[in-house]
Design a protein around this ligand. Sequence first.
Ligand code: GMT
Length: 384
Amino acid sequence: MNVGIVCYASVGGSGILATELAKSLADRGHEVHLLSADPPFRLGEYQPGLCFHRVNTPAYPLFREPQYLISLATRIVQVAREFKLDIVHAHYAVPHATAAYLAKQIMLASSDVQRVPRIITTLHGTDITLVGSDRSYSETVAFSIAQSDGVTAVSESLKADTYRTLAVERDITVIPNFLDCKVHRRVYNPALRARYCPPGCEKLVMHVSNFRPVKRARAVVEVFARIAEQVPSRLLLVGDGPDLGDALDTARRLGVHGRVEALGEQDQVLALLSIADLFLLPSEQESFGLAALEAMACEVPVIASRVGGLHEVVEHGVTGFLHVPEDLAGMGESGIRLLRDPEMHRSFAAEGRAAVKDRFCADLVVPMYEQFYEQLVGERTAER
Ligand code: GMT
């Protein structure tokens, strides 16, 4: 099949997932066209069958607002026409579902497009729970979701949130996020571990995110400070964003600054996750929690908030511990329990890896997308 995938290039779960899907589909023999403002984070090296198309949004001094919606819709039409796309798969509803809808209308009205692709929207989380549900966007977002030929959500929780927060009644298929399990695994590097956990440090705690308010970076440091009172440990903060400074200020205020290190944005997190003992994700909201899944794949138990779809990824008492977001004391205690009990830690680490292999490997999940595509393309053929 010829598949166009639209995603954000910036650091974020939806772009990572869309890029992984593009790579897996190309691997499985599809012709994949990735459309984004920049080569997405984690695109990696050249891969046969995978082509990147930049979406240029020209600046014009009269406009204060960049016209991304129009440039994206136009680029979708161009790529769909030139490469005879069967599917346009928009990741993140805002404004990608709207751009895909607009592109489809342009193609339907155009005499030189022989094959009008089917439009699929995958809902990722904040496109519904934070951004899409805002009154300034909600009607257009709901309309664009309703007009897509197929819609998927990354968790049952997000599907329910979509029905609850938007005027959407159409069917939504849940297809969970996934990882390439051959690549996403623990590759332990003692020298790297020694660098970040030198003598005097026994355990390494980690947080990976884009440090936006929804991630509660300050809470990460507050939980760590509780752990550090009892366990000689260090915290590695991986990623960058508006709240990183606040997290470091919190570390100073709580007297743990010397034990906290910020590594900035990192393209490759597997080497880092592989030296961690514990992963913290005390988010305010998380439709899925791809970062938690990556930690589990690397045999790192997770302490997280019991919000959104995190319970569909992290099994409380088996692969990690979930607490209500306000319960930082509980998160700290759970972290201490895990770090002090080697038997429990070993079991959680192994169960985490097993859960990823059983339910979230690309080999299991990518065929779900393929089936979904085939079903929609089949419906188009039947309609003719
Ligand atoms: O929250 C982020 O870091 C980015 C955001 C995105 O859309 O890029 O993540 C959302 O999509 C991810 C991939 O499906 C999910 O794993 C995240 O849980 C979700 N974030 C939220 O719901 C806050």
